[in-house]
Design a protein around this ligand. Sequence first.
Ligand code: IPE
Ligand code: IPE
Ligand code: MG
Length: 226
Amino acid sequence: MPEENQARHVAIIMDGNGRWAKRRGLPRAMGHKRGVEAVRKLVRSLEGTGIECLTLYAFSTENWKRPEEEVSDLMNLMRSFIRSDLEEFVANGVRLKIVGDWRALDPDIVAMLEDALERTAGGTRTVAVALNYGAQQEIAAAARAAAEEGEITPEAIERHLFTADLPPVDLLIRTSGEVRLSNFLLWQMAYAEMIFVDTLWPDFGPEDLRKALDVFAKRERRYGGR
Ligand code: IPE
Ligand code: IPE
Ligand code: MG
């Protein structure tokens, strides 16, 4: 496979946990729990895909609008995921990165994340988790920072994005049949290829990722040229 057809940075909007649970007559929390299991399997399958960075949308700035109970279920899942999977990340050379205003989360989660970031800092493959993330807020803050330094150019804005150290997004995947971006990586996806699948997130597995990478490899990217 030629180098240019290889996705280095894949971003995923993991959607459909609620519907997955509803279809089975289960509480939404069960859908989120199975969603975490899908994340675990996917991260384990990255070896050999050529993906250098996987960015996962876990909690948006708009998700605070959900009922308190669901928000708290999601935060508890974050806590238990770090507890159960951090060692595996370290062992497998996964570098954890968090994008979004994660320092505004509960202090104990902030502390856990700080520890997790430190312990995985030596990893070579990046798994970036978008937590309390909103692209419009990110771009506005980056523009503000660029203005303080001098000129507001695309390059200056880019240097202040959470993703400044990551390659541009090559491929966006959204599950669950919704065809929208929901305030995710708007700047970084300027020239991303996009794939929308009907699969609900808890059912999305490593084979589905491989399939998406195959579709991506056949796409012709032009970047405005001819
Ligand atoms: C995605 O699943 C997980 C988060 C947004 C945290 P949803 O909870 O949005 O599931 P649906 O869209 O209601 O099915
Ligand atoms: C996007 O999904 C956010 C995450 C997957 C974390 P939502 O389910 O919140 O998006 P909308 O509300 O359908 O646009
Ligand atoms: Mg949803």
